[in-house]
Design a protein around this ligand. Structure first.
Ligand code: SAM
Length: 280
């Protein structure tokens, strides 16, 4: 079993290496797939003119830009992300009222009680020690402030990810399964775990709104298959596979996706938690 330090180092290396590069390269496509969920979390966050906002794991800064528009020139957004390449992309937006810093949000020395809103779109599931990380974030929040973030529910509730993965697995080398307390894309799927983390970190009565939306994977199956190994768990599995294994896996994915190919593109269900909490 890996130690917490090893898991944290693995995440930092991933987002500063292949993971960050792949997220950046695939970002336009990812953005289209998550647009509905993204609107939901930005609406729920309801950033107001004059507010100070922290965008945790801000990536390329797309949500930071939306938040910066909402807080207007009297407010400010700080985007923090562990990935240098993604922070560079965020800085290239050159926003007058947003700044971006490279750092681990779990340990970053934020100003105490500085923010009205702690926000994140899919950026808080990768902490090796989530209670400590949320304690650090909690310290940065004003007494009347709020935490609002979006995370995926379980793989079983997310066929957009599960259907291709299940189809591919028999043809690929065995993959390491993350433990229930390990960081990763679906690590916040279990609501009771997230409740425990937030409560231990000093947040009060967190609320969980389930969001269910269709996730568009691409216009047609050949396009989806062209892109499927470029980011995420399937990319990791492909990285250790032979070309012939990848070919077979892609064929199987194509078959599995056929029932989900519609005139509007290849679309499967997706499920998120919209989590809100206040300081306790
Ligand atoms: C799935 S991406 C989401 C990016 C962005 N929030 C978005 O929605 O476009 C996860 C992000 O979390 C960042 N991240 C992972 N661990 C982090 C940490 N400990 N501190 C800060 N950022 C982290 C990654 O570098 C990556 O940009």
């Amino acid at each position: 079993m890996k130690t917490r330090e090893e898991l944290a180092a693995e995440q930092a290396a991933y987002w500063n290496g292949q993971g960050g590069q792949a997220w950046l390269a695939a970002f336009e496509r990812i953005q289209r797939s998550i647009a509905g969920f993204s609107d939901d979390v930005l609406t729920a966050a309801a950033a107001k003119p004059g507010e100070k906002v922290l965008d945790v794991g801000c990536g390329t800064g797309e949500t930071s830009e939306a938040l910066a528009r909402a807080v207007r020139d009297t407010g400010h957004v700080l985007g923090v992300d562990i990935s240098e390449v993604l922070v560079s992309a965020a800085r290239a937006r050159t926003l007058a009222n947003a700044t971006f810093e490279v750092g681990d949000a779990a340990t970053y020395g934020f100003e105490t009680a500085a923010f009205d809103l702690l926000f994140s779109r899919f950026g808080v599931m990768f902490f090796a020690e989530p209670v400590q990380a949320f304690r650090n974030l909690r310290r940065a929040l004003r007494p009347m402030g709020r935490l609002v973030f979006l995370c995926w529910r379980t793989p079983q509730e997310n066929p957009w990810g599960l259907v291709p993965m299940r189809a591919a697995m028999p043809f690929l080398p065995p993959m390491e399964r993350p433990g229930p307390e390990d960081p990763g894309q679906y690590s916040f799927g279990d609501r009771t775990r997230v409740e425990r983390i937030l409560t231990e970190a000093g947040f009060a009565s967190p609320s969980f709104r389930p969001l269910d939306r269709t996730v568009p994977l691409g216009p047609d199956i050949p396009t989806v298959l062209d892109n499927i190994g470029k980011f995420g768990p399937i990319a990791r599995a492909f990285a250790n596979a032979e070309p012939a294994q990848i070919e077979k896996a892609k064929q199987a994915i194509g078959e599995a996706l056929r029932p989900h190919a519609t005139a509007e593109g290849v679309r499967l269900g997706g499920a998120c938690w919209l989590v809100s909490a206040q300081p306790g």
